[in-house]
Design a protein around this ligand. Structure first.
Ligand SMILES: [Ca+2]
Length: 409
């Protein structure tokens, strides 16, 4: 009797221990990826991930019948898309124009009054957001590449959309990510409002071997997430960095060319997409004050095939990506899905892939990627940005000038 009680006790203890250890693992639910990875090509680098599932997670497949509608083919290199409060879509075009689109595909004339952009290379008119109080103040905020003395910079501007929607009134540059450099690559360029009404902007390290290390220099605005108020000043409550001359507007550092930022609708965490070199595209969960490693650590290699920093992929004090791709898909704009049109997509992350020519769907559970799907693979389009409409459908734009609506059938 006594022995069986002890045995029972051991069984219960073992079960409890097992339950505890299971609780430490990401919870699995039926949408977790169970298929083979969507990536079937060999990687460029023979690097080992820092944890299981950091790359090539199992595939998931949307079961809800989906309709894909091409609303327009007439946009000119659209770069950013966001919803206005009335449900229409505001779209930037790389060459320096903005247009308003209806959700049935009527496209407005180009809005005038926007300061000149340098659209050479990867530059131009980039990300855009409407003020949370747009309905009353009609303010817009956007990112563009500007030619200045010494080269080009990623800058943030604001202006009021005229009542007749034909022009931007009193446009004003509120922030410049210095130093300027002659490169026309890696501007970053996304912008979002955070819940406190401040702006987060992603900046790139300008691609050049001379400026690449500035992603690790907290005294520069290159290769960073910047957090400023709507007047362009460092936002209240920004994190501190150990470097004594760190810029007060920094939110995070160590980024290469981040072209997607979005807040998780449940956890409130900031998620980010970042272009890697040859391999090493990343999805990061960005915590304030943290360093995301570029170019000290990366899962990519140089385009020449040479390792970067001796092939280092992990280092104490540098954050790991939540997910990476090798070969690259070139992740650009991102959005979380919170609509009710496709319930199985709830809180999933959607990513426009440029070289991948598809839309990535990532399932996230307990801050870990648990499933990946490729959507619109048959369209052969470079997807630049994606947003959720006020109607709960997804809207995506492509470099070739298309506007797509993706919705339940
Ligand atoms: Ca990184």
């Amino acid at each position: 009797m006594k022995r069986s009680k002890i045995f029972f006790g051991i069984v219960v203890a073992t079960l409890l221990l097992h339950a505890c250890s299971e609780n430490d693992e990401p919870e699995r639910d039926p949408v977790s990826g169970t298929g083979n990875s969507v990536e079937t090509n060999p990687p460029n680098a023979n690097y080992s991930p820092a944890f299981a599932g950091q790359t090539r997670i199992g595939s998931v497949q949307t079961t809800t019948p989906i309709s894909v509608t091409t609303l327009s083919t007439s946009l000119s290199s659209p770069w950013g898309i966001t919803s206005l409060p009335d449900g229409r879509l505001l779209i930037t075009e790389k060459g320096g124009t903005m247009r308003i689109a209806t959700t049935t595909g009527e496209i407005s004339n180009a809005i005038t009054g926007i300061p000149a952009v340098n659209s050479a290379g990867q530059g131009g008119l980039l990300g855009v957001r409407a003020d949370p109080n747009f309905s009353s103040n009609r303010m817009l905020y956007w990112v563009f590449s500007e030619a200045v003395d010494g080269g080009n910079v990623t800058v943030v501007a604001k202006g009021r959309l005229a009542d007749n929607e034909a022009s931007i009134e009193a446009p004003e540059v509120i922030y410049r990510a210095l130093p300027a450099h002659s490169s026309t690559s890696h501007y970053g360029g996304r912008i979002v409002f955070d819940p406190t009404g401040n702006l987060l902007i992603s900046t790139g390290e300008r691609s050049n071997i001379a400026t690449r290390p500035l992603a690790q220099d907290a005294s520069t605005g290159l290769g960073k997430i910047i957090r400023i108020n709507t007047n362009g000043q460092p936002a209240a409550g920004n994190p501190s960095f150990t470097q004594t001359d760190a810029l007060p507007e920094l939110y995070s550092m160590g980024h290469r060319n981040p072209q997607g930022i979005a807040f998780h609708p449940v956890t409130g965490d900031l998620w980010q997409s970042e272009h890697g070199p040859r391999g090493g595209d990343e999805i990061n969960l960005v915590q304030p004050g943290q360093n995301y490693g570029w170019p000290t650590i990366t899962y990519g290699i140089e385009y020449s095939g040479q390792p970067i920093n001796g092939g280092l992929t992990q280092q104490d004090g540098l954050e790991q990506p939540e997910y990476y791709w090798d070969p690259v898909v070139s992740p650009s704009g991102i959005t979380f899905y919170t609509g009710n049109r496709v319930p199985e997509w709830q809180n999933n992350l959607f990513i426009g892939a440029l070289s991948g020519q598809h839309i990535v769907r990532l399932v996230i559970e307990n801050n870990r990627i648990t499933g990946e799907e490729r959507l619109l693979t048959g369209e052969n389009q470079r997807f630049r940005d994606i947003t959720q409409g006020m109607d709960g459908a997804l809207y995506a734009i492509t470099d070739a000038g298309r506007l797509y609506r993706i919705d339940q059938e």
